[in-house]
Design a protein around this ligand. Structure first.
Ligand SMILES: CC(C)(COP(=O)(O)OP(=O)(O)OC[C@H]1O[C@@H](n2cnc3c(N)ncnc32)[C@H](O)[C@@H]1OP(=O)(O)O)[C@@H](O)C(=O)NCCC(=O)NCCS
Length: 205
């Protein structure tokens, strides 16, 4: 128990000193995470294990607000060219050949998503709001909002809620609420939406 508490204190200090901007916006970024220069993580998102997010001037990575991202999360915006004999940057520099790196487009992850352990997102992918990505998936193409997607390549296997409810959630945009409004709306966050039908807005305080 003491060890757990010490780890939490250490982690908060680490965030405060090394990722102060995230600390202020309640973003949790596990120690030993590595982020590319052009990465944006929305308020309240948690990345619970060390992650590696590659991004650069040519290709950004944008992650929405209040997402839950588990361990060993990888995002790539770049591939190696495979048309030359060699595929290793170091050797290509030694021989003076053309660059092997090919930026293939940024990655966007919506608000309120849950991403399981050991997930890799490949270049150019757009993941909607409220999406679940199953453990161990490799995401190679776009995933529509509120779907559960699993496997390699990740495919949507089901929608979390009815289309009518999804429309309402997209109108409500709870992920933009300030902390006080989030806290006031315990009832809204306690509804089982899989069996709910009706006016969700009327449940919002
Ligand atoms: C994605 C997930 C939430 C799906 O849960 P679910 O909606 O209850 O789905 P089910 O268990 O009913 O599975 C539906 C189908 O998808 C398959 N499936 C589920 N998760 C899968 C995964 N991660 N990879 C590949 N296939 C998966 C199941 O085998 C099943 O296939 P079938 O219909 O052919 O039998 C869950 O399986 C998962 O991966 N959770 C992540 C756990 C994790 O990483 N936690 C980190 C800490 S927060």
């Amino acid at each position: 128990m003491i060890f757990g508490r010490l780890t939490r204190i250490f982690t908060r200090l680490y965030q405060f000193f090394f990722y102060n901007e995230y600390y202020r916006r309640s973003v949790y970024l596990a120690p030993r995470s590595r982020l590319g220069l052009n990465t944006y993580i929305g308020d309240g998102t948690n990345i619970n294990g060390p992650c590696y997010i590659f991004s650069n001037k040519q290709a950004s990575v944008r992650i929405g607000r209040h997402c839950a991202i588990a361990h060993n999360f990888r995002v790539r915006t770049r591939n190696h060219l495979v048309c030359y004999a060699n595929m290793q940057d170091k050797l290509q520099k030694i021989v003076g050949g053309p660059s092997l790196s090919r930026d293939q487009g940024g990655v966007v992850i919506g608000h309120g998503c849950w991403i399981g352990d050991n997930v890799t997102i490949l270049p150019g992918v757009c993941i909607g709001n409220g999406v679940v990505i199953g453990a161990g998936s490799v995401v190679t193409g776009d995933i529509p909002s509120y779907c559960i997607a699993v496997g390699t390549p990740a495919k949507a296997i089901k929608r979390r809620f009815s289309l009518e409810l999804i429309d309402q959630l997209e109108d409500i945009k709870w992920w933009y609420w300030p902390k006080e409004k989030l806290e006031e709306n315990v009832e809204f966050f306690s509804i089982d939406l899989t069996s709910f039908s009706g006016d969700l807005k009327s449940m919002v305080k």
